[in-house]
Design a protein around this ligand. Structure first.
Ligand code: SAM
Ligand code: SF4
Length: 484
């Protein structure tokens, strides 16, 4: 007999369903994955720890570089095999592709991998319940030996209504930390980047919606909130009185919410990074001492080709504002090596920028030509081996810089947010206001117990702040001892 009941009907009969969501790419995707789980929860879906345990697998994908997209197709191949094994046992697996690859490649995904049931773009995932019902209908017909037209169920619209107006309240608070998306899309159109095509036009969420979500998150246990946007400094949300709020103004209001101990935001675009943000760092103690300000290149000629809308000098002016702030601000960046036409002289300027700024971390990438972006048509492509060489030189230099910079923390006392415990190393994992990982131990004089709810002096709990003295440093992390 063919089972044509909907998910809700099955749930009504006491059956429990599980969803596994695999997230690729940036923090915005992490936020979206949590929100997809929120959308699926009322349908009876609990989270699974592995695809093997799941009835529904969602791949929340990233299209930013070619390698990120290709990983999705390899994973889909593995999921197809699981689906076929399940079908042989009379069960099923629903496969959904969400995120930026879904948006960019749409029907092509179902063509390349017919086992995919649902393709949903980043602006349409609030419609997952309808898409699942439709996919289930198709699958019930298939089990009955019939066929509905068209493979897969596709939704890659940029709906006129915002998805945020349809999402349930978030439940995504992990160990006191939460992401809050305040802005979506991007209007900058850097010549190398797919984001304006996959995430759509820039949109700032209204002030009231952001404040309400922040209050909800603190009530659910969040004490550290990271505000997210592709270009978060361009935030211009409408307030209840019709005025437009900047990011700096929003931060001041968020800092007033009871329970908010730390605020972070990412990513900043240098063109929109104003003095008001540095003033906010000086004025708002809860704002963390860290700014991620992607530069991409140290050469104005390359910045121009990338259409970044600022020069090296203008970027360095913003760095000077931060260095003049009352608190020491940790600065991190993104860089691309091997953009078409990048000469040795351009690359040397990128290296000299590293020395001049003194970053605490650099996320560097080999240029990856992406479909639909203007730079794909540029001549003077740099061979992959040369890109790899430049990446290596850049990261080696940055490693030396970080060794020196991280050493300076030895002997200082930091307040860290406890993020978890590394059992094999018998260390706790913490994060400083400068966004550095500080792994620490409880000194031998303090009695350790196996009771995780015990005093913070002996067994610090994830989601709490504790004081730690830095005792050692590595290129990417610090080592310390809990102050008891
Ligand atoms: N909005 C941010 C900004 O303006 O800097 C960047 C967001 S993007 C998701 C993250 C990083 O990916 C970029 O800063 C850039 O370094 C890198 N990236 C984007 N497109 C790339 C491409 N085609 N090839 C290599 N790296 C790329
Ligand atoms: Fe992409 Fe540029 Fe927009 Fe950043 S600012 S998301 S790099 S187009």
């Amino acid at each position: 007999m063919t089972d044509v009941r909907t998910g809700e009907q099955r749930q009504g009969q006491g059956q429990r369903k599980r969803v596994f969501i695999r997230t690729y790419g940036c923090q915005m995707n992490v936020y979206d994955s949590d929100r997809m789980a929120d959308v699926l929860r009322p349908l009876g879906y609990a989270l699974a720890d592995a695809p093997e345990q799941a009835d529904l697998v969602v791949l929340n994908t990233c299209h930013i570089r070619e390698r990120a997209s290709e990983k999705v197709y390899s994973e889909l191949g593995r999921l197809r095999d699981t689906k076929l094994e399940r079908r042989a046992q009379g069960r099923d697996l629903t496969i959904a592709v969400a995120g930026c690859v879904a948006q960019a490649e749409g029907q092509e995904i179902v063509r390349r991998q017919p086992a995919v049931d649902i393709v949903v773009g980043p602006q349409a995932y609030h419609r997952l319940p309808e898409l699942l019902a439709e996919a289930e209908r198709k699958s019930a017909f298939r089990r009955a030996g019939k066929r509905l037209p068209g493979a897969g169920v596709l939704d890659t619209d940029f709906p006129a209504e915002s998805k945020f107006d349809h999402l349930p309240a978030p439940a995504g608070v992990h160990a006191g930390q939460a992401f809050l998306s305040i802005q979506e899309g991007c209007d900058k159109f850097c010549t190398f980047c797919v984001v304006p095509y996959t995430r759509g036009a820039e949109y700032s969420r209204p002030v009231a919606a952001v404040l309400a979500e922040a209050r909800h998150l603190t009530a659910a246990g969040a004490i550290e909130i990271t505000l997210l946007g592709q270009n978060v400094n361009a935030y211009h949300g409408e307030a209840a009185d019709g005025s437009t709020w900047s990011l700096a103004r929003l931060i001041r209001a968020l800092a007033e919410i009871e329970g908010v101990a730390r605020l972070r935001y990412t990513t900043s675009h240098p063109r929109d990074f104003g003095r008001d943000i540095v003033d906010a760092i000086d004025a708002v103690p809860t704002l963390c001492d860290h700014v991620h300000l992607p530069v991409q290149s140290g050469s104005t000629r390359m910045l121009d080709a990338m259409q970044r809308l600022y020069t090296r000098e203008q970027y360095l002016e913003r760095i000077a504002w931060m260095k003049a702030a009352k608190r020491e601000i940790s600065i991190t960046t993104d860089m691309i090596v091997g953009f078409p036409g990048e000469t040795e002289a351009d690359f040397a300027e990128t290296l000299s920028l590293l020395n001049e700024v003194g970053y605490d971390a650099v996320f560097a990438f080999k240029y990856s030509p992406r479909p639909n972006t203007p730079s794909i048509k540029l001549e003077d492509a740099i061979p992959d081996e040369e890109k790899a060489r430049r990446l290596d030189v850049l990261m080696s230099r940055q490693r030396e810089i970080q060794i020196t910079r991280y050493k300076k923390y030895i002997g200082t006392r930091c307040e860290v947010m406890v993020e978890g415990r590394n059992e094999p190393r018998a260390q706790y994992i913490g994060r400083t206001t400068h966004n550095k990982t500080l792994n620490f131990v409880v000194p031998p004089t303090a009695p350790q117990t196996s009771d995780r709810s015990a005093d913070q002096n002996t067994n610090p709990k994830a989601g709490n702040y504790v004081p730690v003295i830095v005792t050692g440093s590595f290129p990417n992390s610090l080592l310390g001892e809990l102050v008891v």
